[in-house]
Each structure stands twice: as C-alpha cells, then as structure tokens.
Write a protein that binds this ligand. Structure first.
Ligand code: URA
Length: 212
C-alpha cells in the first residue's frame, strides 16, 4: 500500500483550523470541503485519461479527457459526505456510490448498514472518502467491498490518519496485488483508548453535522 501525506502549507493551515475545538460547524464544513479539493488534486494524479484533439480558435490542439469508465467516488456515510462535494467539483463526470458504515464503539469493528454501489466495478478506479483513518477497520471493509465487485484500484482520501490504521490496511491488503493508496493531510501520533486519533480533531461526523 502506498501512503501520501500531502505536505503543503495551505493544507497545513486549513487542517490547523479544522483541528481547533473552537471552530464551529459551518467553518468546519467549509474547510473540510476545501481540504478535500487539495487532497484530491494529488490523489487523482494517476486518474486515467484518453487522448483527444480539440480546435482552439487558432488550430487543432492535442489534449486529454477523463477516460471511461469514469471514476467512482464512494463517501463512507456519515462523515464522508462532508468530503463529497469537493470530490465531485474536481471530478464532475465521476459517479457516486454510497457505503453506510458505522463503528461499533464497544468492539471498534465496522458494521455495514447501507450500500448503494454498482454491482460490477470491473475496470473502475475508485476514490473512497472518509475523514478519519483511525483503526482502519471501516476503510479496510470498504476497500474489500469494492475489490469484491471488481474495482481495479482504490485510492482512499482521508483528512487524518493514525499509524495504527495504516498498519492495519497494510496487513489486510499485503498480498492482494491490487493497488491501494491512502492520501491524507497528516499522519497523527496514535489512537487513544477510545479509538480516537490523537491529537486528531475529535469526532468528524459530529463536528460536521452535530451530535445526532
Ligand atoms: N472517527 C472520528 O471521527 N474521529 C476519530 O478520532 C476517530 C474515528
């Protein structure tokens, strides 16, 4: 598995405000949206394109367009929804599938409660968006789901990652032979006893949408 920590002052600046406990929900949403756009720029470096020619007002010019089948963006509900608009703004022709997963707070294991994805993902590049890569249980289950349906490669975009989560992903997908990348704004220190990322930013879903 490949991990990319996007090292850019704008990313660090926005992430700092996102972490701040005084940042209110509207600001948190806006910053999460802006951050995902910056991360997605790096995460889509290998997105497939096909060569085309267009006519400028002056002459024909060679260029590229996103290749079909278009990428699939998969937000993991609920917190991943806060990263969806930023992704589709950058990839307007992408399709969107949904995975509802919740972490059982006693076992810290991922449980799936909703899926809305194409049955056949053969040949598709998939971009999973989930703000917090903590234990890795949810992300690993989501990636497994996509591979079972035929996805060729999966890139996960997370605002923050914990070393434990990356190690777990590495272990689970060690021998799959299929490319997996994690793109994140920061690699934090560790998980605490409740499975929260330290220093982290708290519960991303609650900070985006309130405690419901
Ligand atoms: N999920 C969150 O929202 N925050 C964490 O720190 C870990 C998992």
């Amino acid at each position: 598995m490949e991990t990319l920590v996007v090292d850019h002052p704008l990313v660090a600046h926005k992430l700092t405000t996102l972490r701040d406990v005084r940042t209110d929900s509207p600001t948190f949403r806006r910053l999460a949206d802006e951050l995902v756009t910056l991360l997605a720029y790096e995460a889509t470096r290998d997105v497939r394109v096909t060569d085309v020619t267009v006519d400028t007002p002056v002459s024909p010019a060679k260029g590229v367009r996103l290749a079909k089948p278009y990428p699939l963006v998969v937000p993991i509900l609920r917190a991943g929804l806060g990263m969806l608009d930023g992704m589709t703004r950058l990839l307007p022709t992408a399709e969107v599938g949904f995975l509802g997963m919740v972490r059982n707070e006693s076992t810290l294991k991922a449980e799936t409660y909703a899926t809305r994805l194409p049955d056949d993902l053969s040949g598709r590049q998939c971009f999973v968006v989930d703000p917090m890569l903590a234990t890795g249980g949810t992300l690993a289950a989501a990636v497994q789901f996509l591979f079972e349906r035929g996805a060729v490669d999966v890139t996960a975009i997370c605002l923050l990652a914990a070393p434990e989560g990356l190690a777990y992903m590495d272990k689970v997908f060690a021998n799959t032979g299929r490319p997996i990348r994690v793109v994140t704004a920061a690699l934090d220190e560790r998980l605490n006893e409740h499975g929260y990322i330290v220093p982290g930013l708290g519960d991303a879903g609650d900070r985006l949408y309130g405690v419901v």
